[in-house]
Write a protein that binds this ligand. Structure first.
Ligand SMILES: C[S@@+](CC[C@H](N)C(=O)[O-])C[C@H]1O[C@@H](n2cnc3c(N)ncnc32)[C@H](O)[C@@H]1O
Length: 262
């Protein structure tokens, strides 16, 4: 089982690697689920102060700038922060870790987005710190939206051939990749963590380079309540409201900054 620092080191290194940076650089579309959820909260966020955490290659930047020009982006990878700053000619993009956003005053933002499961690359204690920081930088009634890996998904932790499969070039490629990366997978497996509240699992993302936090919907709801959020809503990957779910890999959440933490 890994120390949190080891998990952090692996994930930060993966998000600083050139091939990862190039991969995120070419993404620019919102996912259908994100469009639906953003549409639902649009009246509360249009023209407001937005913080985009874990901007990566700026996939969400263009879309959020259409919602509000009052946009700030952060990423703990210097390479991503510099890329987005340059790409969108923005001064308001910083290299900053979600666990320490002391550069922003309390109540600075109306809306915080931590998209594409980016919060899942922070080990447990850090995740709780990031949530406390997000609550702090949100104004009262401000909205936090993010997605996270679903621990209850039926395929969580399974390799390509352990899932229902059909013979196809994609399946063969996935199997070959999994076999070729056996030594990395075995090394990373030793760092996995399984607790009642969450699990940190080495999945196939970025060639098994990451240790990814997984949590069930009910546990995530508890975590948000403890961190001082209310009006918590969970959504599946079609953007439909769910209470618990085993069909989808990711779950989306919106939550409102409550006046006090539990
Ligand atoms: C899965 S990528 C998503 C990128 C982008 N949000 C998107 O939707 O394409 C995760 C991003 O979160 C960033 N990240 C991870 N942990 C972070 C942290 N503690 N603080 C700020 N950024 C973080 C990574 O550097 C990476 O750019």
């Amino acid at each position: 089982m890994a120390e949190p620092d080891q998990i952090d080191e692996h994930n930060h290194a993966a998000y600083s690697a050139e091939d990862t940076v190039n991969w995120y650089d070419q993404l620019d579309a919102l996912l259908p689920s994100e469009k639906i959820i953003l549409e639902g909260i649009m009246p509360a966020i249009r023209g407001k102060k937005i913080l985009d955490i874990g901007v990566g290659g700026g996939r969400t930047t263009k879309h959020l700038l259409e919602i509000s020009r009052d946009y700030t982006g952060i990423d703990y990878s210097q390479k991503f922060a510099e890329l987005v700053k340059k790409k969108f000619r923005l001064d308001s993009v910083y290299c900053c870790d979600a666990r320490d956003m002391s550069r922003f005053a309390d109540g600075s933002f109306d809306f915080v987005l931590f998209s594409f499961n980016s919060i899942d690359y922070i080990p447990h204690e850090g995740r709780l710190k990031a949530m406390a920081e997000i609550r702090r930088v949100l104004r009262p009634s401000g909205i936090f939206m993010f997605s996270t890996h679903n621990r209850n998904w039926i395929h969580t932790g399974k390799t390509a051939w352990q899932r229902p499969w059909k013979f196809s070039p994609g399946f063969v490629k996935d199997c070959l990749k999994t076999i070729l990366l056996t030594s990395r997978r075995m090394k990373m497996k030793k760092l996995e963590v399984r607790e009642k509240e969450y699990a940190i699992i080495n999945d196939d993302a970025h060639n098994y380079a990451l240790l990814t936090y997984h949590i069930t919907i009910p546990e995530q709801v508890n975590q948000l309540k403890k961190a001082g959020f209310g009006e918590i809503k969970a959504y599946n990957m079609k953007g439909e409201r769910v209470e618990d779910d085993a069909n989808d890999n990711w779950t989306y959440f919106t939550a409102v900054r409550a006046s006090s933490a539990e």
